[in-house]
Ligand binder design. Sequence first.
Ligand SMILES: Cc1cc2nc3c(=O)[nH]c(=O)nc-3n(C[C@H](O)[C@H](O)[C@H](O)COP(=O)(O)O)c2cc1C
Length: 313
Amino acid sequence: MSELDLSTTLGNAWFPTPIFTASGCASSGRELAQFFALNEIGGVVTKSVMSKARTGRPTPRMAETPSGMLNSIGLQGPGIDVFIEKDIPYLVSQKARTIVSIAGETVEEYSTLARKLRSVAGISAVEVNISCPNVENRGLVFACDPEASRRVIDGVRRTLGGELPIIAKLSPDVTDLVAIAKGVVDAGADALALINTVLGMVINLDTMRPHLGGKTGGLSGPAIKPIAVRAVYQVHAALPKTPILGMGGISNGRDALEMIVAGASGVSIGTASFGNPTALVTIQNELRELLHAKGFASLRDAVGFAHREEAGK
Ligand SMILES: Cc1cc2nc3c(=O)[nH]c(=O)nc-3n(C[C@H](O)[C@H](O)[C@H](O)COP(=O)(O)O)c2cc1C
């Protein structure tokens, strides 16, 4: 079993395993590093960083929901300069493979962030979180606007040149996800991250008002897994050569394998690690055992397996 090859690639970046943190769910890995070595997993996807320091959205920012949670943290953080000064050296010191997530309010802000990252050593890829309101278009979320999605990725691609792989992270809150995926791949994305949280709301019946300070929030956890599997399956069917980082409700090795056979080359784990900080390592071990039990010699052989005519192995 030890020879089972778990390695994967996202664009031209190579990773020894397909297990990653999910952006925003493990900051820059410091908390998780108390529980396992960050270089044991495929890589760390950092919380989305913006140009300037931000305080995030009003409280309350969390609500528990059946089989999931709703959050409206907002993109709280110190801004790109402090991030480059403090977080990247930490991740390098831990020998973690790092995917930096960026977020902006304008097309230009994404390009500015990419310019700052271009010359920083120790980064494997850039994940572009486009689930952010576009202040230049009435706050319409970039990821819900095919043209704005393309322009963000095009700007980041031009700024980065061919140096770092770009992973475009899409929102499931759209009618035609495949059209958005094709647009960002045409614009230069090497890989796709699917899915960001699903927009939701909880009303507090004591106050008879929306519970979250930001009113709406992002739903994550097991409740969204079937949406994520569907998204990965549909996009892989349309773009079989584009690697996908799948996420949404992965809690165990079976969930990870489901996402992989739907078409994901790697998986991110977010909400599951809040309840169990060693979840990533457990899921990695369970996935290895499951792949072995199903007779696969490598992870690559399992990617997209559910699309094969004779599937059912
Ligand atoms: C508290 C919290 C904060 C998040 N912050 C970010 C973020 O900064 N950038 C981003 O692209 N996604 C963010 N996400 C979305 C996750 O990366 C992931 O796409 C989503 O939670 C689905 O995975 P899960 O069900 O395993 O949590 C956040 C999710 C949660 C729960």
